[in-house]
Design a protein around this ligand. Structure first.
Ligand SMILES: *Cc1c(COP(=O)(O)O)cnc(C)c1O
Length: 236
């Protein structure tokens, strides 16, 4: 990529997202860019905010806690995009505006109970393991309906959509079937559960986001393409 700073990269990425959307007959405004900022210092997020970023995704509860404190003055929306352990649920609820990684009944019930205590309804996405990878989190497609019905009925949660991390492929075109699958799963669920609000599709990362947008992504999660290479561990 030729652009150098975070602000320049933001502008270039917005353009590429817009072009991909238009290619698929979609409106560019339908696609939000989430800055996947794990391992990046708060200053990088601040730079991106100045350029137009409003949505931040963090993988770890503790790391998010520090950065949120450092960026308290900015009106950012924070999403959890990493695996959530049950014993971190309370903290996660306090830190995040939306949790993208609900993937099992146990964590859904836990979050709902905690949200209810605070009189809140927490927006969530369900993470789906569309590639059937043993190393990845996410509910399997055949178990999705059951979990989605549970989440829909839990009083502390509001089901907004689906999220996936497909198998890594060198060629972004090879990932297209996984993105398409997630869209089909969402469309199917929306109809079966009669849930108008089930709209979000969080899919696509730095090397394959254009294909994801062509297949219907509403949130693309960009890390290195926006912030540059992640500093070595401990560098944030
Ligand atoms: C790190 C990460 C990203 C961003 O990855 P890049 O390839 O750097 O864009 C997106 N989603 C999740 C869940 C991540 O952990």
């Amino acid at each position: 990529m030729k652009a150098e700073g975070v602000a320049e990269r933001w502008c270039e990425l917005r353009e590429r997202v817009a072009e991909a959307a238009l290619r698929a007959g979609r409106r560019p405004e339908e696609v939000k860019i989430l800055g996947a900022s794990k391992g990046q210092p708060p200053e990088k997020i601040r730079e991106a905010f100045s350029a137009g970023l409003t949505l931040v995704g963090e993988n770890y509860v503790q790391e998010a806690e520090k950065k949120r404190a450092a960026l308290r003055d900015l009106p950012l929306s924070w999403h959890l995009i990493g695996y959530l352990q049950k014993n971190k649920a309370r903290k996660a609820l306090a830190l995040f505006d939306l949790i993208q990684t609900v993937d099992r009944p146990e964590i859904a019930r836990k979050l709902s109970g905690l949200a209810e205590e605070t009189g809140r309804r927490l927006p969530v996405l369900i993470q789906v393991n569309v590639g059937y990878e043993e190393t990845k989190a996410g509910v399997l497609p055949e178990d999705l309906f059951e979990l989605a019905r549970l989440v829909k009925d839990l009083p502390g949660l509001e089901l907004r959509g689906l999220m996936t991390i497909p198998p890594y492929q060198e060629d972004p075109e090879a990932v297209r079937p996984y993105f398409r699958r997630l869209r089909e799963l969402r469309d199917d669920l929306r109809e079966k559960l009669d849930l108008e609000g089930l709209t979000e599709l969080s899919m696509g990362m730095s090397h394959d986001f254009e294909v994801a947008v062509e297949e219907g992504a509403t949130i693309v999660r960009l890390g290195t393409a926006l912030f540059g290479p992640r500093p070595p561990k401990g560098g944030a």
